[in-house]
Design a protein around this ligand. Structure first.
Ligand SMILES: [Zn+2]
Length: 222
């Protein structure tokens, strides 16, 4: 694990920064695909972990969620509008109809699991504030800590080209994003915070506030 800020760690993965999992205080944020359980459990062993929280319910983020919660006996939290997808497991039905989504759903999606804590705007998780940032998924949330301006924003933006792996800021691909305009509104809400550290679901962390602000200000208005 690599420490990014006080109490905030990024777990190792392969390829590096490809699908990110974070330890935020005593909460594991996101769980990659259903194949990631062992690598996550191995890295967090020895750390106190009391809960698991998601940025959003998608095959590359909830894959090992049930395994983590069952193995560690910890509760699961996610955004309110993503609870049905987590609990009934039919994620493909909530994504644009595209063969790649059906494929990802088959090879990455983990089993459904009961959501113990429903997250809403302003809630607190491990010293971070929950922000509603819908668009990429209906119940997408971000985690924000004002004291050091650290932000975990899931897939509101990617800091990597998902095909080539080359780092760089992008909107999440529209084939994975049911409401791109709403997602851009969410990106503007987050950029307005002027975060000093931005942690993405895909791609390396970014410590260049101006780069984020400039990218978001260049997005289409709607
Ligand atoms: Zn993702």
């Amino acid at each position: 694990m690599k420490q990014l800020a006080d109490g905030l760690y990024q777990l190792r993965g392969f390829p590096p920064n490809g699908i990110n999992v974070f330890l935020m205080g005593d909460v594991v944020v996101d769980a990659a695909t259903k194949h990631a359980g062992r690598r996550i459990l191995r890295q967090i062993s020895g750390h106190t972990v009391t809960a698991h929280a998601l940025t959003h319910v998608r095959p590359d983020h909830q894959g090992a969620s049930k395994q983590l919660c069952d193995t560690l006996g910890i509760p699961l939290a996610c955004g309110e509008a993503d609870v049905p997808a987590m609990e009934d497991g039919d994620i493909a039905a909530r994504m644009p109809d595209h063969w790649l989504n059906r494929f990802n759903n088959r090879v990455m999606t983990g089993p459904p699991h009961k959501v113990d804590r429903v997250l809403r705007e302003g809630d607190e998780v491990a010293g971070f504030t929950v922000l509603d940032v819908p668009g990429h998924s209906a119940g997408h949330v971000a985690y924000w800590r004002e004291s050091d301006r650290a932000l975990i924003l899931g897939d509101v933006l990617n800091n990597m080209n998902l095909i080539t792996g080359i780092p760089g800021l992008h909107q999440p691909p529209t084939i994975f994003t049911p409401d791109p305009a709403r997602n851009r509104e969410s990106a503007r809400k987050l950029a307005a915070l002027e975060p000093a550290l931005v942690c993405f679901g895909h791609g390396p962390p970014l410590r260049d506030t101006q780069k984020l602000v400039d990218f978001v200000s260049g997005l289409p208005a709607n």
